[in-house]
Design a protein around this ligand. Structure first.
Ligand code: CP
Ligand code: NVA
Length: 319
């Protein structure tokens, strides 16, 4: 059949051919610093009470192929606070779970909703969603990265300690998806990131090479004490991520990177402790650290809500 034979008798504006490229939010490395700053400024203005409703009349699909507490609730609440509505789906609820392609799912959902947030395993699925969607696609975590988390983390650091540019942040533990987004944030926001990981669990060489090529101040070691020395912020994350084999025993490898009170004492006297949550007390950090006076983890969790409102307003509200 020719294209002419498929032409509609009555033309309709069905959102099938977006006039301008959708504003996807896939990874921090895709953005100039100024654009990320605009999103953070919007986040701060919403947090301080700005009542704008840039998502009025808009619907966002939230797709979870992996579990979530913070991402799910903060997106649902954030979209509604901005005047929009949500449709929340688990991978199993949709035909994605029965083998419908990501590309077809993207094309269909783009006819119904104004943006798609996806939490999934393979980063390639997120990229396929973005390639075929005609509406913005937002990364709600993949095995490779978690940029929404880093928008909240930068917001939180700056609320406590001022501009993050020029500061030293220490990551101790697994070189996982959140570590990758910290590396991208270090490059984009201009701070030094010292990563202490077991040699076998370093972040992917590809992201390290990108950071080096872009002037990133990224220091790698297998020495947690050296990484933390004098740092303004100490960060860790679970030793077993959702993409990891739950039976893989990485605990022996990671035990020397546990953030305990003795390790925190090597950081700057006013250092803050951050963790994206969910946390495992007695594993990646002691209860004394996460429940102690330097921990800002619940402000960090709250800031997911504000930071994502900034991302949504930029993606959908022209902010
Ligand atoms: N930090 C974070 O993304 O938490 P959830 O897995 O609960 O969404
Ligand atoms: N690295 C963790 C983060 C959870 C929010 C995971 O991927 O499971």
């Amino acid at each position: 059949m020719t294209g002419a034979a498929l032409r509609r008798v009555k033309p309709v504006d069905n959102n099938g051919g977006a006039r301008t490229a959708p504003r996807h939010f896939l990874d921090l490395r895709d953005f100039e610093t100024g654009t990320l700053r605009r999103m953070l400024d919007l986040a701060s203005s919403y947090k301080s009470g700005a009542a704008a409703k840039p998502l009025a009349g808009k619907t966002v699909a939230l797709i979870f192929e992996k579990p979530s507490t913070r991402t799910r609730v903060s997106f649902e609440v954030g979209v509604r606070q901005l005047g929009g509505d949500v449709v929340t789906l688990s991978g199993k609820d949709t035909q994605l779970g029965r083998g419908e392609t990501v590309a077809d799912t993207a094309r269909v959902l783009s006819r119904y909703v104004d943006a798609i947030m996806l939490r999934t395993d393979a980063h390639a699925k997120l990229q396929e969603m973005a390639e075929f969607a005609t509406v913005p696609v937002i990364n709600g975590l993949t095995a490779a990265s978690h940029p929404c988390q880093l928008m909240a983390d930068v917001l939180t650091f700056e609320e406590y300690r001022g501009p993050i540019a020029g500061q030293v942040v220490a990551w101790c533990g697994d070189g996982n998806n959140v570590a990758t987004s910290w590396i991208e944030a270090a490059v984009r926001f201009g701070f030094t990131l010292r990563l202490a990981t077991p040699d076998a669990l370093r972040p992917p060489e590809e992201i390290l090479a990108w950071a080096r090529a872009n002037g990133g101040k990224i220091e790698l070691s297998a020495d947690a004490a050296a990484a933390v020395a004098g740092a303004r912020c100490v960060v860790t994350d679970t030793w077993v991520s959702m993409a990891d084999d739950p039976n893989s025993n990485r605990h022996n490898l990671l035990a020397p990177f546990r953030v305990d009170e003795a390790l925190m004492a090597k950081a700057a006297a006013d250092a803050i402790f951050m963790h994206c949550l969910p946390a495992h007390r007695g594993e990646e950090m002691t209860a004394g650290v996460i429940d102690g006076p330097q921990s800002v983890v619940f402000d960090e969790a709250e800031n997911r809500l504000h930071a994502q409102k900034g991302v949504l307003a930029w993606a959908l509200g022209g902010g």
